[in-house]
Design a protein around this ligand. Structure first.
Ligand code: HEC
Length: 147
């Protein structure tokens, strides 16, 4: 009789453990499905969590939409230098007087215009969202180096 009793005890213990496990695992799996459903609606927590990173990247790619205007050298070094220091995408290099001579001949206003509005592989404002004045400052800085 005692043996039967203890095997009954084991059975109950097993059932209780199983219930506890289910109680722990079930809410977890329910949570998972809910957040998956949220993300389908474009309202996922993860989206919120990555937002600051995305904002930071944007801020890096397009410096200075706010704050004091940047001077020509700063603008050149943060935005334009990526192409104009290396000659990337066929950009006239800062120290390449030969490449600049025919451009200088078109006049400063024309160069301002291409720098602000873009020209072929040269993106408008170098891909930044700086003000026209800041871009002109950068052009002035570039021209002061090639003259
Ligand atoms: C993504 C690369 C890239 C960046 C960034 C860039 N440029 Fe350029 N830039 C070019 C290329 C390529 C050309 C040559 C365009 C051509 O003549 O076909 C060019 C040409 C120019 C010219 C000569 C335009 C002309 O009419 O001949 C000026 C001035 C100029 N860039 C200024 C700037 C300034 C100022 C910045 C920063 C605000 C800048 N660029 C950023 C690629 C770039």
């Amino acid at each position: 009789m005692a043996e039967k009793h203890s095997s009954k005890g084991i059975m109950w213990a097993t059932i209780i453990v199983a219930i506890i496990l289910i109680a722990i695992i079930f809410p977890l799996s329910v949570k998972k499905t809910t957040s998956a459903a949220d993300s389908a609606g474009g309202n996922d927590e993860a989206e919120v969590r990555i937002q600051p990173v995305a904002k930071f990247e944007l801020a890096k790619a397009a410096p200075a939409t706010s704050g004091a205007p940047k001077d020509g050298a700063t603008v050149f070094n943060t935005v334009c230098g990526a192409c104009h220091n290396t000659g990337a995408a066929g950009a006239p290099k800062l120290d390449d007087k030969g490449a600049w001579a025919p451009r200088l001949a078109t006049g400063k206003e024309a160069l301002y215009k291409s720098a602000i509005g873009g020209k072929n592989a040269m993106p408008p404002k170098g891909g930044s969202s700086l003000s026209d004045e800041e871009i002109k400052g950068a052009v002035d800085y570039m021209l002061s180096k090639v003259k």
